[in-house]
Design a protein around this ligand. Structure first.
Ligand code: SAM
Length: 194
């Protein structure tokens, strides 16, 4: 099983758009407790061999995960603990990426909500702007960014922001997130200028 049902949201997005493939470098932002990383890791796992069913070979792909919280280790997943908004933490992430082109950035980051619409939408937008900045600097030209967003104040501006940076912008509402009615995901594919 997965550490959280959040895995099924990423699974639906991935099954719709075929984003996660073996051999990639994936950055998972707001990764705790780790279900999205687990999902990606499974897609990177070597295929079972026929005889005895034992998996052989190394994990084919790289996963770098980041969150504010502690993270129970997942074999093959590099973890950075810290606040993505802090320069020092961003520097650690950049060091882990080491100049390699990133295939997919997945962000399920959500700020603590205050219940005050303007404050919340500003916090959400800030995290997304930072994820777009990071993508602009590190994604492959045809790479993708998946971000959790919320319907309501500020949503249409975020769609415009995605459209300004990516050739394709797809909003996806996975069935698995039906319980939280305002949650949805924006997927940007292909940087406009890389
Ligand atoms: N995708 C995860 C999974 O599958 O297990 C679930 C992510 S959870 C919905 C959102 C996460 O975003 C929380 O663990 C929270 O700590 C993290 N987060 C929120 N703001 C953050 C920030 N500024 N920097 C890093 N992580 C942040």
């Amino acid at each position: 099983g997965f550490r959280s049902r959040a895995a099924y949201k990423l699974k639906e997005i991935d099954e719709a758009l075929n984003l996660i493939r073996p051999g990639q470098l994936v950055v998972d932002l707001g990764a705790a407790p780790g279900a999205w990383s687990q999902y990606v890791r499974r897609k990177f796992a070597p295929k079972d061999t026929g005889a005895g069913g034992a998996a052989v070979g190394e994990l084919n792909g790289t996963i770098i995960a980041l969150d504010l919280l502690e993270f129970e280790p997942i074999e093959g997943v590099q973890y950075i603990q810290g606040d993505f908004r802090e320069d020092e933490v961003l520097a650690k992430l950049q060091e882990a990426v080491g100049g390699r082109p990133v295939d997919v950035v997945i962000s399920d980051m959500a700020p603590n909500l205050s219940g005050i619409d303007v404050t919340d939408s500003a916090r959400i937008a800030h995290l997304i702007e930072l994820a777009i900045d990071f993508s602009q600097n590190h994604l492959k030209k045809d790479g993708a960014l998946v971000c959790k967003v919320f319907h309501g104040a500020g949503y249409s501006q975020l769609v415009e922001l995605f459209k300004a940076h990516f050739r394709v912008c797809k909003p996806i509402k996975p069935k698995a997130s039906r319980d939280k009615s305002s949650e949805t995901f924006l997927v940007g594919i292909g940087l406009k200028q890389a």
